[in-house]
Ligand binder design. Structure first.
Ligand code: IVH
Length: 696
């Protein structure tokens, strides 16, 4: 491969990673974790070969999962990922390297890093890798005081109330010292099944899998009732401690935690004398995992002696003291009968494999995603090929690879479509994707309306995909603003729609009018505008009128407007958070189109709020840019609400006091944080002073 071609391929892989991370964060993953890992591994391998600088690599940043309405807490010690042993790793001659060879190589590297003599022991601990959501739990003098999600690894969301209400971890652990424990929250299979059964019985949508379900439960704003759903935890690490003597080994920590009464599953971890024993234990779990009460997606192999950890260090992405062994998801061969093309909400054309039905991952599969045409060409998938199909969890099945030995004679490469299969408009290519540029394409219209009404956008209750399809086909609705002119009579006249459902949908529409600009922008299916870009645009412009007039100036080439987005060639990024020049060209062109202007006009006329909700407004002088820490019980506000108010005014909320803290807001029973703030000379406020600062 030429250097130029390799660089282009690396860029495409990075774009795929960005895209799938965004989908994952939006709660709508398009591919399985295993498929994502494969893209990730290809990226890592190519980036290594090209010697890409660590700071420019996408694998140097941990993923993010911040949710609105949760207070952000900075982790005292970052929550990193683990390096993975990958089934797809190849050596410099292109030969696949087996997992056991990779583990041997990892073990030897660590021995070398530690300067160990050939006959010196280096014990390992092997634990199941629970497929849940990781959390960091702070215990002060034996009491649980805070629980935080992993977030982007540096800061996460405060889920203390949710974790407490769930009863997944002990409220008290030991009596002395302060310590931060890391672990995994998960939903045991039986409890998850029972919950889904209830949903099914009441005609509600069931939850896709226990991990998504657990994440959803922990992001419930109102945690009441969480104690009944059966969320559990597996605690495996003490990240930080003061005032107590910790054991010197990982196995000792697990025993210690178990003695204190923490859930650690003593039966499931092993002390192994070398890499071979660790590998054998992992292999045994291919069968054993099926009998467990919880989903595991692999095993974690850790060095037992904790005193080695600092010496071994790590990268910004993972520590060197541990490594993850991942289970391969089930794969089955089947025949590729044809490739159809689906048109998405923004006109993206996705190739879909039409397969000879095959039973894989617990269900019959006859269609599978081929993701995009770059991916399809990379795998060189051809009609009549035998392909391997994989279905991890309950996510969309996908074609993993072709079995080249079984290719019949006379096959030919699949051509990229030149025209949209639905409306025959000539397609356009952008990055790794192909688009139908016709906004009136019937498939796009339907998908856009479904998206507009969906939970991540306007969250129109009572307006599911089926009703959207009905209003498109029976009532000729083609634009989101037209939804707001529908009447109860029209809706109740639709097939299988009673008066009650129609009333519900109408109430859903009325409530959705109040969502504010960022949700409207998320819902309009503007290319490159996902949830976070929509928030960045809404925060910057505050109202649709300002945004649209800026779009017009930008498209006219107005110097000031262009400067605002890209003041400097070297950074290619201006003052609008998250917005780079290349996406700006496309976003503002779309916002400036007659189609989008018409929709905004229609939404305005229907009474939909097109400004940033007051509660979302930023920048209160004196608070903006300042870092606050909240401690103790405040007289009127809950700490989470006080944190929300501070964040909305442009301030930051951190979980721990440091020299960077500007203000400590202290309530009743403020403990060690107050003492530390006083020691560091940090300003201490009470609630009423905070409220004054916030303008109350
Ligand atoms: S140790 C530096 N042990 O797997 C992170 N992690 O891919 C060290 N996980 O973020 C974590 N079970 O959420 C560790 N027994 C276990 C685990 C475990 C599940 C998760 C955890 C972590 C991810 C790393």
């Amino acid at each position: 491969m030429t250097g130029q071609k390799a660089a282009k391929q690396l860029e495409q892989l990075a774009q795929q990673i960005d895209h799938h991370e965004e989908r994952y964060r939006a709660g709508e993953p398009e591919i399985s974790d295993a498929a994502f890992d494969e893209i990730w591994d290809s990226y890592r391998q190519l980036a290594d070969e090209l010697g890409v600088d660590a700071r420019q690599r996408v694998d140097a940043r941990p993923g993010a999962d911040h949710s609105d309405g949760f207070v952000t807490v900075e982790h005292r010690i970052p929550m990193l990922s683990l390096e993975k042993l990958s089934p797809n790793r190849r050596d410099s001659h292109g030969e696949l390297v087996s997992i056991s060879d990779q583990l041997d190589a990892w073990y030897l590297r660590r021995r070398k890093d530690l300067d160990l003599a050939e006959d010196a022991a280096l014990e390992l601990v092997v634990e199941p890798k629970i497929d849940g959501i990781s959390a960091s739990l702070l215990y002060e003098k034996g009491r649980l005081v805070r629980a935080v999600t992993r977030g982007d690894g540096k800061k996460g969301d405060d889920i203390t109330r949710q974790v407490r209400a769930s009863g997944a971890v002990p409220e008290r652990l030991g009596k002395r010292g302060n310590f931060e424990i890391r672990g995994e929250l998960y939903w045991p299979r039986s409890a998850f099944g029972a919950y889904n059964e209830k949903l099914r019985a009441s005609g509600d949508k069931t939850i896709v899998n226990p991990r998504n379900g657990c994440a959803g439960m922990m992001k419930r704003k109102d945690p009441s009732g969480l104690g009944d759903v059966g969320i559990a935890a597996f605690l495996y690490q003490v990240a930080w401690a003061e005032g107590i003597q910790l054991p010197e080994t990982q196995s000792g920590v697990l025993d210690w935690l178990a003695e204190l009464g923490a859930p650690v599953y003593s039966d499931e971890f092993l002390r192994a004398g070398n890499a071979d024993a660790a590998f054998e234990y992992c292999e045994g779990y291919h069968e054993r995992r099926l009998t467990l009460e919880f989903d595991i997606d692999g095993m974690v192999i850790k060095i037992d002696d904790l005193s080695c950890y600092d010496r071994l260090g790590g990268t910004g992405h993972h520590p060197h003291w541990g490594v993850a062994y991942k289970f391969p998801p089930e794969q089955k061969p089947t025949k590729l009968l044809g490739v159809s093309v689906q048109v998405g909400k923004s006109g993206k054309l996705t190739p879909v494999a039409e397969l000879e039905p095959v039973f894989v991952g617990g269900t019959q599969v006859s269609r599978a995603s081929l993701h995009n045409f770059v991916e399809l060409e990379r795998k060189d998938v051809r009609i009549k090929d035998t392909v391997l199909v994989e279905k991890a969890g309950e996510i969309i099945p996908q074609v993993v690879a072709v079995v080249p030995e079984l290719r019949p004679k006379g096959t030919c490469r699949i051509k990229r479509p030149a025209d949209c299969p639905t409306c025959a408009t000539a397609v356009v290519e952008e990055d790794i994707f192909i688009y139908c540029p016709n906004p009136e394409c019937p498939d796009q219209v339907r998908e856009r309306l479904r998206h507009f009404a969906s939970r991540i956008a306007m969250d129109i209750e009572g307006f599911g995909a089926v009703l959207v399809d009905q209003v498109v086909s029976a009532l000729d609705v083609s634009r989101p603003d037209q939804l707001f002119s529908l009447t109860t009579e029209q809706l109740s006249g639709l097939e299988r729609m009673g008066k009650k459902s129609a009333d519900n949908a109408m109430a859903g529409l009325a409530a959705a009018k109040e969502r504010g600009l960022s949700k409207v922008l998320t819902g309009l299916s503007i290319r490159h505008v996902g949830t976070s870009m929509a928030e960045d645009l809404a925060t910057h412009f505050e109202a649709a009128t300002a945004l649209l007039s800026f779009a017009e100036r930008y498209c006219d080439g107005d110097d000031d407007a262009v400067q605002l987005v890209a003041p400097d060639k070297s950074t290619d990024r201006g003052v609008i958070e998250g917005l780079a020049r290349k996406s700006a060209d496309s976003i503002f062109a779309e916002l400036n189109s007659a189609q989008l202007r018409g929709i905004f006009e229609g939404l305005r006329a229907a009474g939909v709020r097109l400004d940033v909700l007051e509660s979302q407004l930023v920048s209160v002088e004196g608070v903006d840019g300042k870092t606050f820490v909240l401690t103790g019980t405040l007289p009127t506000l809950k700490r989470t609400d006080a944190g929300d108010r501070i964040k909305k005014a442009g301030g930051k909320v951190s979980g721990s006091v440091s020299k960077k803290t500007d203000f400590l807001v202290a309530g009743q029973d403020a403990g060690s944080k107050l003492a530390k703030a006083e020691k560091l000379g940090v300003n201490v406020l009470d609630e009423s002073t905070l409220l004054k600062m916030l303008g109350d």
